[in-house]
Design a protein around this ligand. Structure first.
Ligand code: NAD
Length: 500
């Protein structure tokens, strides 16, 4: 019987209500294809059990002083930093991304924990003395109670860390539902929180699938939901959870365009396109999947990119490869079928990842970096989010045509422009309908103290993740107006109108 990946409940690993889970899913090592474990899939009753404990723990945690909360956050930051290589190894073993990239993901998450260490400052309210005779007003932000975080497979550490430290710093209890494809990282994170002194029940992990998600979305005691995943599920989560009275931020899928103008440094643009297209095998919501070349850029840029791709090693992420496998056999086959479709719809396959010779076990879920040229906006390789190592080149005659193409796309997560023309870059950042914009930066992920989020079909809800928007999302504002009698102030007396 393979190793069980359990839940985390009441400060410890928990198999669920019975000695063995009733339902489970297999967990794989994508670099070998081997089944390495099975993850418990929670029932509705198990979600209820965990949420009930979170309600009790959250009530107490909301009363914990800011210095107590901050000391736990600092200790968590230290623990995560100390154990970062262990966390990265677990990510690589279940997700497949190369170790360096996994370490980078932990680092990005760590930065959110560092941001959350500033909770005493972030939660300060305002005070106005003497808004009227003897009347003062102050504001405060208070915890929501129990909040749910539902995360995707592609960042098993970073995405939970976008939310969990901020929610905890704000005095909430969190129930995390990680992806069932790479569930073990969440347990390691929970263990580090426990070692940091976080009281039992303030963070729980419920492993599971749609059953667990639905139980969280409809639970009366869950007050807010932070979701990250594909657009159809993000839309469903937003609609279901808001219909049940919850505050929701649901971050969805993406199709990120990199626009290259003729005056750009094409060597730098080629480096950027390769890094942003094939890092993490393209399984990043900020990966560049569409390269929009303004004429005559493509004729020069495509060969530069192909030349660089020839030097990339696809293989086991533990062996120093540049790019790892895809997360599952099904996903690999789906991505490969998009390459087939692109070729039959008329795109030119410049570099064909279907012919990859990986540095790794033959059973791994391999697909090499792929470059398609002469892609049209009607082809499925362009219309769909592929989420794999496939870079499509689209050719347009002008800057205006490039902008129109980017803005016509239903997604609006990230985009970039490569140019030496400051005026064009300034126009682009103003005119483009996308939430995160890079100027000569291919993956413009905001720092932890800014907020992360896309526009249009890339985000349902109003709040972006982390930064001050995260603090707002995880708290409710309250404004108090007070009058204290003093000897020099007359009693206001009766007045049925608004004060003037
Ligand atoms: P996914 O939508 O399949 O799964 C996300 C989460 O939802 C998982 O926890 C999963 O268990 C759960 N889920 C899946 N199907 C469900 C259903 N029908 N009902 C309820 N819950 C369900 O996404 P994924 O494949 O794990 O992750 C990749 C996707 O996430 C890509 O589309 C990518 O662009 C997106 N993503 C977006 C961002 C962002 O910031 N916008 C960041 C990372 C990933």
């Amino acid at each position: 019987m393979s190793t069980l990946v359990p839940h985390w409940h009441a400060g410890a690993r928990w198999p669920g209500l019975g000695p063995e889970p009733e339902r489970y899913a297999d967990v794989h090592d994508p670099a070998t294809g081997a089944t390495t474990g099975r993850v418990a899939l929670a029932s509705g009753a198990e979600v209820d059990e965990v949420v009930a404990a979170a309600v009790v723990a959250g009530r107490e945690w909301a009363q914990a002083s800011l210095s107590r909360r901050t000391s736990v956050l600092f200790a968590f930051r230290e623990g995560l930093h100390r154990r970062r290589e262990e966390v990265a190894a677990v990510i690589t073993a279940e997700h497949g991304k190369v170790l360096d990239d996994a370490l980078g993901e932990v680092q990005r998450g760590l930065e959110v924990a560092e941001f959350a260490c500033g909770a005493p400052h972030l939660l300060k309210g305002g005070f106005s003395e003497g808004v009227s005779g003897g009347v003062d007003v102050h504001s405060m932000r208070q915890a929501l109670g129990v909040v749910a975080v539902i995360s995707p497979f592609n960042f098993p550490a970073m995405v939970p860390l976008w939310f969990v430290p901020v929610a905890i710093a704000c005095g909430n209890a969190v129930v995390l539902k990680p992806s069932e494809k790479d569930p073990s990282t969440s347990l390691l994170l929970a263990e580090i929180w426990a070692e940091a002194g976080l009281p039992d029940g303030v963070l729980s992990v419920v492993q599971g699938d749609k059953v667990a998600v639905d139980a969280l979305l409809t639970h009366d005691d869950v007050k807010a939901v932070s979701f990250v995943g594909s657009t159809p599920v993000a839309r469903y989560v937003y609609e279901t959870a808001t219909a049940h009275g919850k505050r929701v931020q649901a971050l969805g899928g993406a199709k990120n365009h990199m626009v290259v103008l003729p005056d750009a440094d094409l060597e730098a643009a080629a480096d950027a396109a390769v890094s942003a297209g094939f890092g993490s095998a393209g399984e990043r919501c900020m990966a560049i999947s569409a390269l929009v070349c303004v004429d005559p850029v493509a004729d020069r840029l495509v060969p530069l990119i192909a030349e660089r791709m020839a030097g990339l090693v696809t293989g086991d992420g533990r062996r120093g490869s540049d790019m790892g496998p895809l997360v599952s056999a099904t996903h690999r086959d789906k991505v490969a079928s998009y390459v087939d479709a692109g070729a039959s719809e008329g795109a030119t396959v410049v570099v064909d990842g279907r012919e990859v010779h990986p540095d790794g076990d033959q059973g791994g879920f391999w697909l090499g970096p792929t470059l398609l040229d002469h892609v049209e906006t009607t082809m499925t390789v362009y219309t769909d989010e592929i989420f794999g190592p496939v870079l499509s080149v689209l050719r347009v005659p002008t800057y205006d045509a490039a902008l129109e193409l980017v803005n016509a796309n239903p997604y609006g997560n990230g985009t970039a422009i490569f140019t030496h023309d400051g005026g064009a870059a300034r126009r682009f950042q103003h005119e483009v309908e996308v939430g995160m914009v890079g100027v000569n930066v291919p993956i413009p992920v905001p720092m932890a103290y800014y907020s992360f989020g896309g526009w249009k079909s890339s985000l349902f809800g109003d709040s972006h993740a982390h930064g001050t928007e995260g603090v707002h999302f995880f708290t409710r504002g309250k404004v108090v107006t007070s009058r204290w009698p003093t000897p020099d102030l007359p009693r206001p007396g009766i007045d049925l109108g608004f004060p003037q």
